[in-house]
Design a protein around this ligand. Structure first.
Ligand SMILES: *[C@@H]1O[C@H](CO)[C@@H](O)[C@H](O)[C@H]1NC(C)=O
Ligand SMILES: *[C@@H]1O[C@H](CO)[C@@H](O)[C@H](O)[C@H]1NC(C)=O
Ligand SMILES: *[C@@H]1O[C@H](CO)[C@@H](O)[C@H](O)[C@H]1NC(C)=O
Ligand SMILES: *[C@@H]1O[C@H](CO)[C@@H](O)[C@H](O)[C@H]1NC(C)=O
Ligand SMILES: *[C@@H]1O[C@H](CO)[C@@H](O)[C@H](O)[C@H]1NC(C)=O
Ligand SMILES: *[C@@H]1O[C@H](CO)[C@@H](O)[C@H](O)[C@H]1NC(C)=O
Ligand SMILES: *[C@@H]1O[C@H](CO)[C@@H](O)[C@H](O)[C@H]1NC(C)=O
Length: 866
């Protein structure tokens, strides 16, 4: 019993310890019961270096602020002049004035005791984590660049791994710490290293020379493929750099450009006019010096501001606590009141708010960030500004948005990424896509009102995936053929005249599409088009999304007649040899039998040539004869013959099964070069609008292709296709393999047997791509997405879904390839050799028998007679 009681007690205490207990979790007293405690730490050495008694100033300013602004409650302040001090847990917050290194050390110790840190420190100090502390670097006027660069790295405003920094010589000499902060990296402060190329611009050069130097510098970055590059420009001549880089085509979709505009006279600057001549698709952002020249910057001011911020936030929190406390019971209050951590977060938020609103001293230096929205802008403008008279001369492809700003107190405050297109691509804008209904590439389904309700097909799947990857939505515009054609189409549909050929070709692009692409009004045409002489076209093709090949369709050759099936296993030679060995073996047996010296061993049944022949023939059919030779020589002949019989019979019957299982076909047309040699084929057909026609007449050197096109009937519809003639073997048609496969498939479904054969060789690889307007800045981007889809296997999958599978009726083609092996002389020579060898042994044995007879029998006779 004692034992169980102990266990129970133990379990009980264990479970109790698991219960949430506010008293323990929240041991930090509320502002209603205890005053907030603040530690002020000012480093003695630091004070000496600055030659100012900051601690005394701090004391005075802070107590004044508290006295004037804190009406209810109080703050308990302790002052320290030694930065190595370790503060106890009771402190809510600490304010420090010390150098960068000590600040970071102090921050680490406050993290262990969870104290909110408000630090005033040197310039060029990596910022403390923004959600845990406030850090204000004291920056001299005009020296903020290096801190900005450092903040960019600490706050990960740019997620770059590499960048080229172009900067003026004078800026470099004015900011001695600039290079240091540019190359600063540290694991502790989570500054990811990025490799930098530093280019100096000698700004003492005269204008023309300087431009030459800049051009030479930028030429290093020129290449044919659009390699992603990042640039940071710190130069007074940013306008020149923009212009020169634009002429070198360095503003493409993968490059990112960050310009610092340091100009004191901010009014001169106009982002839109700077980028006047840039093309759509550039990624360009500006960090602008928006400093008001009126601000005063001193450490006193900063201290006052921080004290004020702290006191007002404490005051706000006390008021809040009081208002809640009055309304609820003590237990509830215990349950909901803030923990120390929550309180600190709240104070941090309030202080930041205050500084943001009221900051007057340090934040007189203020840098604005603007970034350009360009991707797909021309599309948007076209949609919203159809009234062309409203057009102004400004570059409408560039719209600048405010990303946020930088102040020394708070670092970067941004509400948007610096380069939105790099992260969000097209930012979910709506693009216009041109298309044409053409299964299986583009399949558009319309409802009764004529709106496109569904779209599918290989091209459309690529488009869907691309819109997902590049973050845009799209509107499909089907190309309207002219009204007469539309009416005709309508007529056809109602009268059920299915004149249309199966499948499709992509060589002929409707002229409306070409016209529309020429005016370059669309993002792209989701339209499978044969890539043909891309240099001469008024639009550009993407990389191929598919490769189609041509082949021909012909009548499937008949099976070989089965009348002579039983002779099929052996070649004629073997049959001949078989007859020959029967004819030879019969006399051999006859003579061997006849010549046997012992009369009593001669078999009467084998005494005529005729009976020997039938005997051998019977043995061949495995019908045993009635007698066997009694002499060894004769037996050898018969024995060897039986071996031959076994081999022959087994080979024959085994092979016969194979010939029964796999029917033989008469030779048909398997390859293109056989087309003209076939006697039956008198007509040739070629589908209209095929690339094959152009290829054969203009590109290739193959004469048989050219002959074919010259003699071919170009057909447009089912009547012209005349598939009946093909089935009769009078005609051969050439088309895409997939289209012909459709014909084969349909015929197979109807008759359940295969009447057609496709050529075994495929010729003319026709590459199919999509179309983008000429000079589209997005071509490379689109190509990269397509390549990505290829690598993922998407495109192959969509091909499998949308194109006919190649297995229907392909069986017979395969079967024709199984050529049954006819038994020939090579296979049988061993068997015949055995027979010959047997004969020779028999002959030898015969001689032995003669010798035996002469030696024993004759000798005995001789001795007997003598
Ligand atoms: C800072 O403030 C203190 C007290 O208000 C004053 O004595 C001191 O002169 C001030 N220092 C500067 C540099 O303004
Ligand atoms: C809080 O501070 C006020 C004013 O400084 C003081 O009157 C009060 O006694 C302090 N309360 C506690 C609990 O220390
Ligand atoms: C920013 O502008 C202010 C006022 O126009 C100027 O005093 C300061 O030197 C500028 N900063 C830089 C880094 O040029
Ligand atoms: C697409 O763009 C929108 C608008 O900028 C953005 O909110 C969204 O996160 C983007 N989506 C992706 C996947 O990038
Ligand atoms: C993108 O735009 C489409 C239509 O304009 C809208 O339905 C969709 O919710 C948007 N998506 C995002 C992530 O903004
Ligand atoms: C068209 O074909 C459908 C079925 O294929 C048939 O129901 C309809 O009556 C036909 N219409 C005409 C006008 O022949
Ligand atoms: C796009 O087309 C132009 C001319 O039509 C050609 O010069 C250029 O090389 C093409 N671009 C690509 C990437 O094919």
């Amino acid at each position: 019993m004692r034992f169980y009681a102990t266990i129970w007690l133990f379990l009980l205490s264990f479970f109790l310890s698991l219960l949430p207990r506010n008293a323990e979790a929240n041991d930090f007293s509320s502002f209603l019961t205890a005053n907030a405690s603040l530690a002020v730490v000012v480093d003695q050495e630091y004070m000496q270096r600055r030659g100012e008694n900051i601690l005394a100033n701090f004391q005075k300013i802070l107590s004044d602020t508290i006295r004037e602004n804190l009406k209810n409650g109080g703050i308990e302040v302790k002052y320290f002049s030694w930065s190595q001090i370790r503060l106890k847990k009771d402190f809510l917050a600490a304010m420090t004035v010390t150098d960068c290194k000590s600040t970071w050390q102090f921050y680490e110790s406050t993290q262990q005791t969870s104290i909110l840190l408000i630090a005033i420190t040197d310039a060029n100090c990596p910022r403390l984590p923004l959600n845990r502390a406030i850090m204000i670097p004291i920056i001299d006027e005009g020296q903020e660049l290096s801190q900005i660069i450092l903040d960019i790295k600490v706050q990960q405003i740019l997620r770059w791994k590499t960048a080229a920094v172009l900067l003026d010589q004078t800026i470099l000499s004015d900011n001695p710490t600039l290079v240091e902060s540019v190359v600063h990296e540290s694991v502790k402060n989570h500054i990811t290293p990025f490799s930098l190329l530093l280019y100096r611009i000698d700004d003492s050069l005269r204008s023309q020379k300087k431009r030459t130097v800049i051009r030479q510098m930028l030429m290093n970055f020129q290449d044919n493929v659009q390699t992603p590059r990042q640039f940071i420009v710190l130069s007074k001549f940013y306008e020149d750099i923009v212009e020169i880089a634009a002429s070198l085509k360095l503003f493409h979709v993968y490059n990112q450009w960050l310009f610092f505009v340091l100009n004191e006279e901010l009014r001169n600057y106009d982002a839109v006019s700077v980028t006047q001549n840039l093309e759509e698709g550039a990624n360009i952002a500006f960090i602008l010096n928006a400093t008001e020249p009126t601000g005063t910057s001193s450490i006193n001011c900063t201290i006052a501001e921080l004290s004020m911020a702290f006191v007002t936030s404490i005051s706000r929190m006390i008021v809040e606590e009081q208002s809640i406390y009055g309304e609820i019971s003590d237990e509830e209050w215990e349950a909901i009141r803030y923990t120390k951590q929550e309180k600190q977060d709240e104070i941090l938020g309030y202080m930041k708010d205050y500084i943001r609103m009221n900051s007057k001293c340090a934040s007189c230096s203020h840098w604005k960030i603007e970034t350009a929205l360009t991707w797909g802008k021309s599309e948007e403008h076209r949609r919203y500004q159809t009234n062309l008279e409203l057009r102004d001369t400004r570059n409408r492809n560039f719209e600048f948005i405010d990303v946020g700003y930088w102040t020394p107190t708070l670092g970067f405050i941004t509400h948007e990424v610096m380069f939105p297109h790099i992260v969000h691509s097209f930012r979910n804008i709506t693009m216009d896509i041109l298309t044409v209904h053409s299964p299986p590439w583009q399949i558009l389904e319309r409802d009764s009102r004529g709106d496109i309700v569904r779209h599918s097909g290989i091209t459309m799947e690529i488009l869907k995936e691309m819109s997902r990857m590049l973050n845009f939505s799209y509107i499909l515009h089907e190309v309207k053929t002219n009204p007469a054609e539309l009416a005709a189409e309508e007529m056809q549909q109602t009268s059920n005249l299915t004149d249309d050929l199966l499948g499709s070709l992509t060589f002929n692009i409707p002229y409306q599409v070409i016209e529309t692409m020429q005016s370059s009004r669309y993002f792209m045409a989701a339209l499978a088009a044969t890539i043909d002489e891309p240099d001469k076209k008024s639009f550009n093709y993407t990389v191929p999304i598919s490769v189609q090949t041509y082949t021909f369709i012909a009548r499937q050759p008949d099976e070989v007649s089965r009348i002579y099936l039983f002779t099929a296993p052996f070649t004629t030679e073997i049959w001949g040899c078989l007859v020959a060995i029967i004819i030879i073996t019969a006399p051999v047996l006859y003579f061997i039998n006849r010549l046997v010296p012992m009369e009593h061993l001669r078999i009467t049944g084998l005494s005529t040539l005729n009976s020997c022949f039938w005997y051998i023939y019977g043995a061949l059919l495995q019908q045993g004869g009635m007698y066997l030779p009694k002499a060894d020589s004769g037996r050898l002949v018969i024995g060897v013959w039986w071996i031959v019989v076994i081999v022959l019979v087994t080979t024959y019957s085994g092979n016969l099964v194979a010939f029964l299982t796999f029917p033989q076909f008469q030779p048909g047309i398997d390859y293109f070069f056989q087309i003209f040699s076939s006697k039956d084929v008198r007509q040739f057909g070629l589908r209209n609008g095929s690339y094959f026609e152009k290829y054969s007449t203009q590109i290739t050197t193959r004469d048989d292709f050219r002959d074919f096109v010259q003699r071919a009937i170009i057909y447009n519809n089912v009547q012209g296709e005349d598939i009946g003639a093909v089935q009769d073997g009078k005609r051969v048609n050439v088309d895409w393999r997939v289209n012909l496969q459709l014909i084969v498939q349909r015929q197979f479904e109807k008759n359940k047997e295969c009447k057609f054969a496709l050529g075994r060789d495929s010729f003319v690889d026709e590459q199919i791509g999509l179309m983008v307007p000429k000079k589209s800045p997005y071509l490379q981007l689109i190509n990269d997405q397509i390549m990505h889809m290829f690598r993922m296997g998407f495109i192959e999958r969509w091909h499998q879904i949308n194109l006919p599978s190649m297995d229907k009726c392909n069986g017979h083609g395969g079967m024709r390839q199984i050529m049954n092996h006819k038994v020939n002389l090579d296979d049988m020579q061993g068997c015949f050799m055995v027979l010959l060898f047997g004969f020779m042994i028999a002959l030898f044995v015969l001689f032995v028998e003669y010798w035996y007879r002469w030696y024993f029998v004759e000798k005995k006779k001789a001795t007997f007679t003598s």
